[in-house]
Design a protein around this ligand. Structure first.
Ligand SMILES: NC(=O)c1ccc[n+]([C@@H]2O[C@H](COP(=O)([O-])OP(=O)(O)OC[C@H]3O[C@@H](n4cnc5c(N)ncnc54)[C@H](O)[C@@H]3O)[C@@H](O)[C@H]2O)c1
Length: 282
């Protein structure tokens, strides 16, 4: 998600410093962004030459290095794994290193922004910007207002999302999973029950949702694209936040993750994926 968010920002003219603890992830992200920009350029969806767009991207190992590189940043967007204590630790560390007027956002899928805000000294400059993946292709961002987010920062978040060419869905009541993930989680919970109980297959559900309900991708394809490890983390987070009915206890996805089948990013999920220029594709 971090690399997708970085990509749409550089496409819209922002300079970005993409930070990760893993050099391997940074290299993969940069290669993936270059590949995607090339594809979008070939299709005429971006006019600027990919090499020139890519010049706006820097990478840095760790937040410390990234934030020291340019103290004049306007937004910090956190997109580490869905783990409340890790996110709180990172957010507190970020806040200590940036000026008070810099806005901080989280891309969490499930944790109420107001809970994460407890780690900050200035929670009024903090909000949720919940992007959907693959970020360069999806037009939606949920813009989440925490209990302490200021009116001005929320408005700037809405404007920022519009600047990126995305549709901002306002979430003014900060509940676990916000809006879209609650709807998806409810559907996907039932899908997992149906498959685990031998009633049908992922392929039939996906085909059925495309043909019968006009979805452009089925729920299992969406899960493969999101990353099955991420799906498990989000599900467990929802459960721990008291939303058990949005979580399936079948263990269907957990067992796949245990075997290393993480979806598109590992080459195998509910479907197999081949490789193309360093990116996996179905
Ligand atoms: N996958 C999706 O479709 C999707 C959609 C919307 C929101 N999200 C949310 O975005 C966030 C990231 O999800 P993802 O699927 O991209 O996960 P991911 O596992 O693909 O990526 C997480 C990245 O965080 C890095 N990381 C871990 N610990 C770190 C640390 N201490 N400092 C810096 N970087 C660190 C990892 O190296 C990795 O590159 C989660 O909060 C998730 O819920 C995911």
């Amino acid at each position: 998600m971090g690399s997708g968010i970085a990509q749409v920002c550089i496409q819209s003219g922002y300079k970005v410093i993409l930070c990760d603890t893993e050099i391997k992830s940074l290299k993969k992200a940069k290669a993936g962004i270059a590949w995607s920009l090339e594809k979008l350029h070939q299709k005429g969806r971006i006019k600027e030459p990919p090499a020139s767009v890519l010049e706006r991207l820097e990478t840095a190992q760790g937040f410390e290095t990234g934030l020291e590189t340019d103290p004049k940043i306007s937004w910090v967007i956190e997109a580490v794994v869905e783990d409340e204590s890790l996110k709180k630790k990172i957010l507190a560390m970020v806040e200590d290193r940036v000026e008070k007027e810099i806005k901080i956002a989280t891309n969490t899928s499930s944790i109420p922004v107001s809970r994460l805000a407890l780690s900050l000294k200035h929670p009024e400059r903090f909000m949720g910007l919940h992007f959907f993946g693959p970020v360069p292709l999806m037009g939606l961002v949920e813009v989440v207002r925490g209990k302490m987010t200021s009116e001005a920062v929320f408005a700037q978040g809405m404007a920022f999302v519009k600047n990126l060419g995305k549709y901002p869905v306002k979430v003014t009541k900060d509940i676990p999973g916000f809006v879209m993930n609650r709807v998806f989680a409810a559907a996907f919970r039932e899908c997992q029950e149906l498959v685990a109980n031998g009633i049908t297959t992922p392929r039939d559900i996906d085909t059925g949702m495309r043909l019968g309900y006009g979805w452009t991708a089925g729920p299992f394809e969406i899960a493969d694209n999101a990353g099955l490890d991420t799906i498990v983390r989000i599900g467990k987070s929802m459960k721990s936040l008291g939303e058990s009915y949005l979580y399936s206890d079948t263990g269907l996805v957990e067992k796949m993750v245990e075997k290393g089948n993480l979806g598109r990013k590992s080459g195998q999920g509910f479907y197999p994926y081949g490789t193309e220029s360093g990116k996996t594709s179905k």
